[in-house]
Design a protein around this ligand. Structure first.
Ligand SMILES: *[C@@H]1O[C@H](CO)[C@@H](O)[C@H](O)[C@H]1NC(C)=O
Ligand SMILES: *[C@@H]1O[C@H](CO)[C@@H](O)[C@H](O)[C@H]1NC(C)=O
Length: 192
């Protein structure tokens, strides 16, 4: 039991020192994000998952960019303070590892999300994630209404074609009858 515990502590210590050493080697900051491109629908939520490692307490800043628009979403230092912009305060949740949760998505939320990690030494690193927002319901409805319209048009055309064919058929039959009528009448008269 003790043996295991000792090992655990040693493992953690080794892991931490290696991590710290690697951080020092690699310009100290690392931002790991499993998914760089996300697609969600309107009114859904999105979790921008990142894991920030650096020396000391990082300052995490998220910025939204789309075309010419660039606006700050929030800045926080894990365990120190969290400052979310008023526009986002009701929809954003900040995580200690740098991740950000954005709820109730709108179409305008589609764009580029940049997380800037700044170390106590002043060096910083940017990582960008792309968010696509689909308006699924609207697209589905549009698709359905277009299909329904096409089907209705097709049905209408078919009905018109059948009506015309029927009319033409009746006319032809009537014509034939009229042509045959006098002869019939004649033969009938003759036979009488
Ligand atoms: C960051 O932390 C959150 C919550 O603790 C977790 O769900 C998420 O997976 C973490 N992200 C990474 C990349 O480790
Ligand atoms: C929070 O951010 C706003 C602007 O982004 C700034 O004016 C304000 O001073 C910040 N507050 C704190 C406590 O850092």
């Amino acid at each position: 039991m003790w043996h295991f515990r000792l090992w655990d502590i040693q493992d953690v210590a080794v892991f931490l020192s290696i991590t710290l050493y690697m951080c020092h080697l690699a310009g100290a900051i690392s931002v790991h994000s499993p998914q760089r491109s996300l697609t969600r629908s309107v009114q859904e939520d999105v979790f921008f998952s990142v894991n920030v490692t650096c020396v000391g307490i990082p300052t995490i800043q998220w910025t939204f960019m789309s075309g010419a628009v660039s606006r700050s979403i929030g800045t926080w230092q894990p365990g120190v303070y969290t400052n979310i912009t008023v526009d986002y305060s009701s929809r954003v949740q900040a995580y200690n590892n740098g991740s950000m949760y954005l709820s109730d998505l709108r179409l305008q939320d589609a764009g580029y999300y940049v997380v800037t990690v700044t170390e106590t030494t002043g060096s910083s690193k940017d990582t960008g994630l792309v968010l696509k927002v689909n308006e699924v319901l609207y697209e589905d409805l549009q698709y359905l209404s277009v299909s329904a319209l096409l089907l209705a048009c097709l049905a209408g055309l078919l009905m018109l074609a059948m009506w015309l064919l029927d009319k033409a058929y009746r006319k032809i039959v009537a014509c034939r009858r009229r042509k045959q009528m006098p002869e019939n009448d004649a033969t009938e008269l003759q036979s009488l």
